[in-house]
Design a binder for this molecule. Sequence first.
Ligand SMILES: [Fe+2]
Length: 246
Amino acid sequence: MFSIFKKNKESETVNYFPFTTDIHSHILPGIDDGSPDVATSIMLIKGLMSLGVKNSIATPHIIGDLYRNNPETINNALQILKQELKIQQIDFEVRAAAEYMLDSYFFELINSDQKLLTLKDNIILTEFSYASMPDDPGKFSFAIQMAGYSPILAHPERYPYYYDNYKMYHRLADLGFMLQLNLLSLTGYYGKEAAKAADYMLKNELVSFVGSDMHHERHLAMLSESRSKASFNKFLSHRNWNDFLE
Ligand SMILES: [Fe+2]
């Protein structure tokens, strides 16, 4: 009896993955630095499904200088992908929102009352520049909330300018940013400092969501490898993640 119990326990551990809804990914074909074509999108989706993910809210970049996506470009890519899922009879739900870089273009959008693409209700996914620290993140959160939205901040653990100032993670949460961790940060994929910052935020209960931020096959391979080593369990298995979006 004991050996059977032990075996079950082990397989349960190995099969653990922190969510069934992925709220951050670049799996829509051909519109940002994620999947270049629909065949790649399908391959990434099959990989997500093998990890236990049942649905995704794809979040293509909207960056003024690089990817000026809009509801039309995003919806077109979504329809191409959904059509292919249907043809191949793949049972996976994809919706679309966006990952908004908080640049001057973003402020043009909200100042001109453009409707933003939300994950659910009034919740939007945002990111900061990796290269330059925002002077005043309070200004961002204030403008976003005044426009009627609530921001999730993508991967705060990946912004190098906060590595010597963890107090900022508390400040960002106080300002109304819900913090979203990239799963791969916990594995060291983005470097030691990102892993340390991720660990700090989890220990201090600052993390509201986790996501794959899947761009390409290497991300998928690393996620699969980490899952089979049960690497996420010690950090994440104490609660359900992303469940309010399901
Ligand atoms: Fe992203």
